[in-house]
Structure formats: structure tokens, C-alpha cells
Design a protein around this ligand. Sequence first.
Ligand code: ATP
Ligand code: MG
Length: 255
Amino acid sequence: MTDPATSYRHQRIGGGNLMAKSVQDGVRGRSTRPAPVQDKRAARWLVISTAKGGSGKTTTARNLAVAAAHEGLQVLVVDTDAQQALARWAARRPEQAPPVACEAIALAEIEAHWDRLDASEADIVIVDTPPGVESSPSQMQTLLRKADLVLVPVQPSDDDIESAAPWMALLARLEVPAHFLLNRVRRGSKSLDEAKLGLLETGGRLAPIEVRDLEDIRRSARAGIGVMELRGANGADDFRGVWAFVRSELGIRNR
Ligand SMILES: Nc1ncnc2c1ncn2[C@@H]1O[C@H](COP(=O)(O)OP(=O)(O)OP(=O)(O)O)[C@@H](O)[C@H]1O
Ligand SMILES: [Mg+2]
């Protein structure tokens, strides 16, 4: 029997006719793809990372990938989590949706793929990371140093903030541009105000738009789409706003 840990090490996600076989195959030759929005240059690397599990890393990676793809960018998501939730989502992606190419690459091996990914057609590489990354600090730090921007999703609870603060301190030591992204919030709630204050007091910076806790965000993931692709969904503007911020931080020109 194949050992899942071994077979995971580096896979391009096929997913029948649903998923790209490679960066180039995945994003080229699709008549539905909007025109490119910028001249080709090295891919910009967005890493979604925090030590805490369940904070919304994979959800953020999916929805920002979709937002970027809808602007005509060639998007590659890299799943470094052995659970492969992002890769499975990518394999569910409908044929007619703007393509999001996906590769599953173990954290220990990602450095060996940098040159190839940088030389690929991808405009943006979005890397989802596993929880509990304290267990492989040097590999994670190597990846974090590669990032043009790191987003640290955090839910508005004391536990999440306590866990996210040292992660942001690590990013500051590494001199990597990074922002907290508040996720699963209830707008107008006292807990959100307290969380913003708590995060700012750690010395970290906050993305200016937070993401609400919405059923439609969960539902869209099941269908291999982003919430902005779910007809009539709540939450599309949340990730649209986060993407506008990320795009600006990464220096990706607007159309
Ligand atoms: N804004 C949101 N609204 C509603 N549900 C959300 C939201 N963000 C995340 N979730 C749900 O919370 C759960 C955890 O989210 P997600 O898988 O993105 O976290 P994660 O940080 O990637 O977790 P892990 O550390 O296990 O990889 C999922 O069931 C997801 O659908
Ligand atoms: Mg995840």
C-alpha cells in the first residue's frame, strides 16, 4: 500500500478535468480566462501562516486565489499541509471557473521548487501552511523569508490572539512584511473591538478589512469555489476587500 506521507511529498494535482496538471497547463489556453493585467515578472509570494490550527489559513488561501484568478492573474496555490484540504478543494473546482493551479509540496521540499515556480507563468503563488508549524521551525522560516507578504489569520478570541502574537514577533525578527487578518468576526461586536486592540498592542499590523463568520464561506468551499463565486452569497465583499489590500501590498497593478 502507498504510504500517504510519502506519496504526498510532491504532487501536481490532476483532479480529472477539474484541476490543472501544472502551472502552465492549468492557466493557459482557457477561452474563459480574462486578459492578463500586468507584464510578466517574477511571481509574488503570499504565504498564509500561523501556529494555531483552524484559524482560517486554507479558507483565506482559497478565497484570495479565486479573487486573483477573477482579475486575470495566473494563480498557483501550493498546499504544504499533509492534510491537503486546499488541494482537494482545487480538485473540486468547476471546469468553467477561472483556473487556479495547485501543487502539493511538502514544507521540507518547497525550497527545491522555488526557481521552477518563479520561472513559471504564475503571477502569484499562494502558499497554505500546516498548523503546529513549531515542529519544523527551520523549514517554515525558510518559507517565510521567501514571502513577499505573510497573512496571519486570527480569530477574535483571547486564545487565538495569544497564539498569534509570538508568530507575528517571529515574522518581525525575520523582517518579513506581515499583517494579521481577523477572521470569523461578528461586525460591531465588542469582541471584535477587543481583538483589534489586543492585536495592535502586540505591535503587529492589521489588514484593514476583516472577514465575517459566514455559512456561505463554508458552503462555497465544499463546491470548490470561492465565496465570491457563490450566487447571492454573503461574504464576497469581505474577501474582495482583503484581496484589494493584498494586491496593493504586493505591488500588483490594478486593471
Ligand atoms: N470566515 C469564515 N466563516 C465561516 N467559516 C469559516 C470561516 N473561516 C474558516 N471557517 C471554517 O472554519 C474551519 C477552519 O478553517 P480553515 O480550514 O480555513 O482553517 P485552517 O487554519 O486552514 O485550519 P488547519 O490549521 O487545520 O489547516 C473550516 O471548517 C472553515 O470552513
Ligand atoms: Mg488548513
